[in-house]
Design a protein around this ligand. Structure first.
Ligand SMILES: C=C(O[C@@H]1C=C(C(=O)O)C=C[C@H]1O)C(=O)O
Length: 365
């Protein structure tokens, strides 16, 4: 993946774990002012002020955002807090208005990220514009869509990029408003080196009580910041009333979080270095063992070819799966991990053996 500029290099004075706060929606100039004043009173000034101007709602009829007028109120934020502001854009018209009103950072919402046509429209509207853009994960846990949206922006020349992890729609799991699926942001960071991912616990949990726990987990996993919806009077907010917190509550939450640092690869510390060296040796041994196992698998494959046996042997596979899973669980490895690992190994075994059969006895035409 191509290089891009990280938040610290966006020219907005951002550094460390990024904190983005502000109301779900801009409602009135008074509301914006009150949120700012409460932030000031609590000395709880975020790095970026967020406010939704256009709200993609599931069904029509609820508050769909105040529209362009709300952008003029962002001056209030600048006057009181002197911090950059960010808002969501969902189409080219939104982009044009956000640029006209000098919004500092744009974000693309989950419902837009799922649609490559919409993302491309936004990207095209941003051609030649130097503005940072954050891309929320798509509604469904599809890493390629998430990466694709970031790539579309990069292709038109946007190089100030970040991602936002807001969780994934899952109507069966009632514990979350949007299930976190932590492997997704971690995969994204693995695939796109240096891509910062900001966690949005407000949309993941959907209520005030769970925000701290989810935010702490995000930091534990190594995510790079938090976006938390903040309102002076959350109960009476026009949207997302249940999940917004007051600036005072936000301050409390942030004071309880243990902000962990990523250990840089240049100078990780002696103890960590020793442990990592031990892991390097163990991984070498694992690879030697795997190589040996697959050489046995190949010998079994040769036997199957000579004796006209099928590659997949369900009784043997059932035995391997169950016995190894049991042993693994006794060694404190999770059942889920054991099953995934064994599926992966088995898939490789049968593919290798099938290839042996295919190469030895090509299909007669
Ligand atoms: C190796 C074999 O072939 C396949 C691969 C297995 C494995 O990886 O352990 C088990 C059963 C078969 O589906 C075998 O038949 O023993």
């Amino acid at each position: 993946m191509e290089n891009h500029l990280q938040t610290k290099d966006w020219g907005l004075g951002l550094n460390g774990h990024l904190i983005i706060a502000g109301p779900c929606s801009a409602e009135t100039p008074e509301q914006i002012e009150k949120v700012c004043l409460d932030m000031k009173k609590e000395n709880m000034i975020p790095h970026l002020f967020r406010a939704g101007i256009w709200k993609p709602r599931t069904r029509p009829g609820s508050f769909e955002g105040i529209g362009e007028e709300g952008l003029t109120w962002m001056e209030i934020v600048r006057n009181h807090l002197n911090i950059p502001i960010t808002t969501e854009v969902g189409n080219a018209a939104h982009v044009e208005l956000a640029l006209k009103h000098k919004v500092d950072v744009l974000w693309i919402g989950a419902r837009t990220t799922v649609n490559p046509f919409a993302v491309q429209e936004i990207a095209d509207a941003l051609k030649g514009v130097d503005i940072p853009v954050m891309v929320k994960n798509p509604m469904n846990p599809d890493l390629q869509l998430w990466l694709g949206a970031l790539e579309r922006l990069q292709t038109v020349g946007i190089n100030k990029l970040a991602a936002i992890h807001r969780g994934f729609s899952d109507s069966y799991d009632k514990r979350f408003r949007n299930k976190p699926n932590w492997s997704m942001p971690i995969h994204l960071k693995r695939e796109w080196k240096g891509m910062e991912v900001i966690n949005d616990p407000s949309h993941i949990v959907g209520n005030r009580a769970g925000i701290l726990e989810t935010a702490q987990r995000a930091i534990n996993f190594g995510l790079d910041g938090l976006m938390i919806e903040t309102h002076h009077d959350p109960d009476n907010a026009w949207s997302d009333a249940k999940q917004q917190v007051t600036p005072a509550a936000l301050k409390q939450i942030l004071s309880k979080i243990d902000f962990r640092e990523t250990a840089g690869s240049e100078n990780p510390g002696e103890r960590l270095n020793d442990l990592r060296t031990a892991v390097d040796h163990l991984d070498d041994q694992l690879l030697d063992l795997l190589q040996e196992r697959f050489s046995m698998i190949d010998q079994i494959g040769a036997y199957k070819r000579e004796n006209h046996l099928t590659v997949f042997q369900s009784d043997r596979w059932k035995y391997v799966m169950e016995s190894r899973t049991q042993k693994g669980v006794k060694k404190n490895l999770s059942e889920k991990f054991m099953k995934e690992l064994l599926y992966c190994i088995h898939e490789e075994s049968v593919k290798r053996q099938e290839k042996q059969l295919r190469e030895a006895d090509p299909v007669k035409r």
